[in-house]
Design a protein around this ligand. Structure first.
Ligand code: TRP
Length: 447
């Protein structure tokens, strides 16, 4: 059985590849676009503190669990859950976790692709003579044009589909290794620029000085959702990648590296952006346009800004691509295995669903602006449903499966560790802390 699973799936050629692929999935718009604007919407430091706590206490343990499940099952998330449920003599209903995860991935992809389209369109921004006003105006102009939004959304999805249709192994390995470090360098450069804006300190205080009165149930749920979103947790993306991980790789260390890199990029993006916001008299609570309004101002006033600005948005688009691939892959792998259809058919089918839903998201900024679901436009509603509900719920179930359903010997065997202190801490976290804390945040928010 084991060798058969290996031969369907193959494993990655080097131990770096899992880290690169998982980091490629984790680092994306979530870090550079979403984290800063959510921090700004939710009052800065308080949000950041809860977010960091969610990453360390809930996200990291669940990430370990998700990778472990993936590697043990060596299939698409849905089939992996089935295989492991049978092994653990648990109900086959656990397959549903993989199935709803694949659905969550498609829903996320639909609006993710719209925002990634903004990044693509900014490659052609020009980055010259940009002021706070003109920058705000050009972003609003983009949002108000259905044809531009749909064009860029379509282009982004077509590229995603193309890469996924060719097969993930060949698709991924080449891209990520050189381009991600470059993105990191430009974000660092932006941080250096921010020290020169005159509002660097103000930005840091905003990000890192928590005002505890701002921690509300809503802020908690948003921070929790963002922790899952940014680490790509709770829907099987990391599970799907875990399936390709070499058997002798240390899961714990790997999860820590991925989470640390991901968190580092998000914090640096925040450090770069908020000083620019304050120095230019912009509002921190600008919303989804925050990065797109602020960074062009910075690029237009730095030496070689046209070059760096263009390169930055190219790299950001590629970072978004290495994330979007992992949003569609769980569903694609599942369709291939269960329906025995071709990869290209599966990818096109699911891509079409994401594309159609994405159209509604794109139009929610203009033509469908009045159409709301529980007070949110389609874009925000999809975002809320997936990130704040489906991912944390998926996370609870992953934690419960690992902590309560899988046999402890199997868990230890897969992690290849002895039952030491670290294991005990982690095991306690997936058994009790993660499910209880996520449950409490839900209860707080909804009641
Ligand atoms: N983590 C990615 C980002 O920060 C987005 C992403 C990719 C994702 N795969 C995922 C989010 C799976 C949730 C689940 O941009």
């Amino acid at each position: 059985m084991q060798s058969n699973r290996e031969s369907i799936h193959g494993t990655w050629s080097s131990r770096w590849t899992f880290i690169l692929a998982a980091t490629g999935s984790a680092v994306g718009l979530g870090n550079i676009w979403k984290f800063p604007y959510m921090a700004g919407d939710n009052g800065g430091g308080a949000f950041v503190l809860v977010y960091l706590a969610c990453i360390a206490i809930i996200g990291l343990p669940i990430m370990l669990g998700e990778i472990m499940i993936g590697r043990r099952g060596r299939s698409s998330p849905a089939n992996t859950m089935k295989i492991l449920a049978i092994e653990a003599k648990a109900s086959k209903a656990w397959t549903l976790l993989g199935a709803t995860g694949a659905l969550a991935g498609l829903l996320i992809l639909s609006f993710y692709s719209v925002a990634a389209g903004w990044a693509l369109s900014y490659v052609f921004n020009g980055f010259q003579n940009i002021t706070a006003e003109s920058s705000t105006a050009s972003f609003n102009e983009l949002l108000s044009s259905p044809t531009s939004l749909i064009f860029w959304h379509t282009l982004f999805l077509v590229i995603t589909i193309f890469i996924v249709a060719r097969g993930i192994l060949e698709g991924l390995e080449k891209w990520i290794n050189t381009l991600m470090p470059m993105l990191f360098v430009i974000v660092l450069l932006l941080c250096i620029y921010s020290t020169q804006t005159g509002a660097f300190f103000e930005g840091l205080v905003y990000l890192f000085q928590p005002d505890f009165s701002k921690i509300t149930p809503e802020v908690m749920l948003e921070a929790l959702g963002q922790a899952f979103f940014t680490l790509s947790l709770g829907m099987g993306a990391i599970m799907a990648y875990g399936a390709y991980m070499p058997a002798d790789q240390n899961i714990g260390k790997t999860a820590i590296s991925v989470a640390a890199l991901d968190t580092g990029v998000a914090l640096l993006a925040g450090i770069a952006i908020f000083p620019i916001v304050f120095a230019n008299g912009l509002a921190a609570s600008e919303g989804p346009g925050l990065v797109f309004v602020t960074l062009p101002i910075a690029f237009s006033s730095m030496p070689f800004g046209v070059f760096f600005g263009t390169l930055f948005f190219i790299l950001l688009s590629i970072a978004a691509l290495s994330s979007s691939i992992s949003l569609i892959e769980p569903g694609v792998a599942w369709l291939i295995e269960s329906l025995k259809i071709k990869r290209i058919t599966a990818t096109l089918g699911l891509g079409l669903v994401a594309w159609s839903l994405g159209i509604l998201s794109a139009l929610s900024f203009n033509l469908l602006g009045e159409f709301t679901i529980f007070g949110r436009n389609f874009f925000d509603a999809t975002d809320f449903l997936t990130n704040q509900i489906m991912l944390p719920l998926g996370g609870i179930f992953i934690a419960i499966f690992v902590g309560w359903k899988m046999k402890k010997e199997d868990v230890l065997e897969e992690l290849k560790i002895k039952e030491g202190l670290l294991f005990k801490l982690w095991y306690f976290s997936v058994r009790y802390i993660s499910p209880v804390m996520v449950g409490c945040v839900f209860l707080y928010f909804f009641f």
